[in-house]
Design a protein around this ligand. Structure first.
Ligand code: ATP
Ligand code: MG
Ligand code: FE
Length: 350
C-alpha cells in the first residue's frame, strides 16, 4: 500500500511516503534551532512551527516521491505519545487530508513507529533483511528512554522498562549546560569526549545496584548522574581548580552508554531474544554505537541500527507502521480519535 505518514510529536515536522516497505520520500523540518536559547524543546514553539511547516513538507514529500495525493491508499499519523499541542497539529492535518481525499486514516504510536523504521528499505540498505521478531528494542532520544519486547510489530509490543526521570538525550542536554555547551548538548559532549579519558571519573550507573535491580531491572534513571556531574564540576570550581571538560564529557558519556547497553543486553539474555534494535536521536552517539557492536558481538546478539535519518523522528517510520497495519488486515482508526500525550507503547494503533 502507498501510505503518507505524518509525525509531529516533538520538534520535527516529518512527512514520509512509503509503498509497503519501500521508502519513497522522507521530508523533515526541525524547529530545534528555535529552542536552542531555551536549552530544551518549548512545546508552544514546537506546535506553532508544525503549523508553519506541515503543508510545505507535504508538498515536498509528494513531489520527491513522484506521486499524486489521489494515489494514496491511506494516511498514517502519530497520535501519541509526545507533546500534546504538537501532536494535535499533526492529527488535525491528517484528518483534514484524509477527509478531503476520501482516504482511510491510521492513528499510530510514535514509539512503535521507531521500531517500524527498521523495515524501510532504501538504496543504501536494500540488500539487508529486516530483523525478525521477537526483538528487543532500545529507544533513546530527548524525550524517551524505553526498552521494548516486540513480539509482533502490529499486535504485540510490551514495555519492559523506561526512564523513571530524565530521558538519556535530556541528560546529555543538561550535562552539556553544566559544562557550558550549547543546546543540543548530545553532539557537543560526543565531540568533547573524543579527546577525553572515559575512566577519569567513575560516575554512577543509575538503577544498577543489586537492590534496585529487583524492582527496576529494565528501568533507567539519569537525574542522579546529572546531579553527580554537576556536583563534581562545582567542587572543582570551588577549589579554584580547572575543570577537565573533555574527561568529564567522556566519563559521563561512558556512564550513560554502559547503563543503556547493560540493561538492553540483559533483556536480550533474560528473554532469550538474540536480536537488538536501536532507535532515537541519541543513537547518533559514537560511543553508544561502538559499545553496542562490542557487547552484542560478545553475546551473540544480532544488532540493527537503522540509518540516522530514520532513527530521529520522521514521517517515513509512521507511514511504514501504517502500511504494516494495512497488510496485517487491521481496520482504519475511527474518525473521532484524539491526541494522547501519554499513549502506552502497548497500544500500537488508536
Ligand atoms: P522524541 O523524544 O520525541 O523522539 P526528540 O526531538 O526529543 O524526540 P531526537 O530528535 O530523536 O529527540 O534526538 C534529540 C536528542 O538526541 C537530543 O537530546 C540530543 O542532545 C541527543 N543527541 C543527538 N546527537 C547525540 C549524540 N551524538 N550523542 C548523544 N546524544 C545526542
Ligand atoms: Mg527532535
Ligand atoms: Fe521519537
Amino acid at each position: 500500500p502507498l501510505v503518507l505518514g505524518i509525525e509531529t510529536s516533538c520538534d520535527e515536522t516529518g512527512i514520509g511516503i512509503v509503498r509497503g516497505t519501500r521508502l519513497l520520500s522522507n521530508t523533515i523540518a526541525s524547529s530545534m534551532e528555535e529552542h536552542a536559547r531555551y536549552g530544551g524543546v518549548v512545546p508552544e514553539v514546537a506546535a506553532r512551527a508544525h503549523l508553519d511547516e506541515l503543508v510545505p513538507a507535504i508538498n515536498a514529500a509528494v513531489a520527491e516521491a513522484g506521486i499524486r495525493l489521489d494515489d494514496l491508499d491511506a494516511i498514517a499519523v502519530t497520535c501519541g505519545p509526545g507533546l500534546s499541542g504538537a501532536l494535535m497539529v499533526g492529527v488535525g492535518a491528517a484528518k483534514a487530508l484524509a477527509l478531503s481525499l476520501g482516504k482511510p486514516i491510521y492513528a499510530v504510536n510514535h514509539l512503535v513507529g521507531h521500531v517500524g523504521a527498521d523495515l524501510l528499505r532504501t538504496g543504501a540498505n536494500s540488500h539487508e533483511e529486516p530483523l525478525d521478531y521477537p526483538t528487543i528494542a532500545l529507544l533513546v532520544s530527548g524525550g524517551h528512554t524505553s526498552l521494548l519486547l516486540v513480539r509482533d510489530l502490529t499486535s504485540d509490543v510490551e514495555l519492559l522498562g523506561e526512564t523513571i526521570d530524565d530521558a538519556a538525550g535530556e541528560a546529555f542536554d543538561k550535562v552539556a549546560r553544566v559544562l557550558g555547551m550549547l543546546y543540543p548538548g548530545g553532539p557537543r559532549i560526543d565531540a568533547a569526549a573524543l579527546t577525553g579519558d572515559a575512566t577519569a571519573i567513575r560516575f554512577p550507573r543509575g538503577l544498577s545496584k543489586h537492590k534496585d535491580m529487583e524492582k527496576h531491572r529494565y528501568d533507567f534513571s539519569f537525574s542522579g548522574l546529572k546531579t553527580s556531574v554537576a556536583r563534581w564540576v562545582e567542587q572543582r570550581e570551588d577549589a579554584g581548580e580547572p575543570v577537565p571538560v573533555n574527561d568529564v564529557a567522556a566519563s559521563f558519556r561512558e556512564a550513560v552508554v554502559d547503563t543503556l547497553l547493560t540493561k538492553a543486553v540483559a533483556a536480550c539474555v533474560d528473554y532469550d531474544v538474540p536480536r537488538l534494535l536501536l532507535g532515537g536521536g541519541v543513537i547518533a552517539n559514537a560511543r553508544l554505537r561502538e559499545v553496542a557492536i562490542e557487547r552484542t558481538d560478545a553475546a551473540g546478539i544480532a544488532l540493527r541500527i537503522p540509518p540516522l535519518s530514520l532513527c530521529t523522528d520522521n514521517g517515513a517510520m509512521i507511514a511504514a507502521l501504517g502500511a504494516q497495519l494495512i497488510m496485517a488486515g487491521h481496520n482504519p482508526s475511527a474518525p473521532d480519535f484524539g491526541a494522547d500525550s501519554t499513549l502506552p507503547v502497548s497500544q500500537i494503533q488508536v
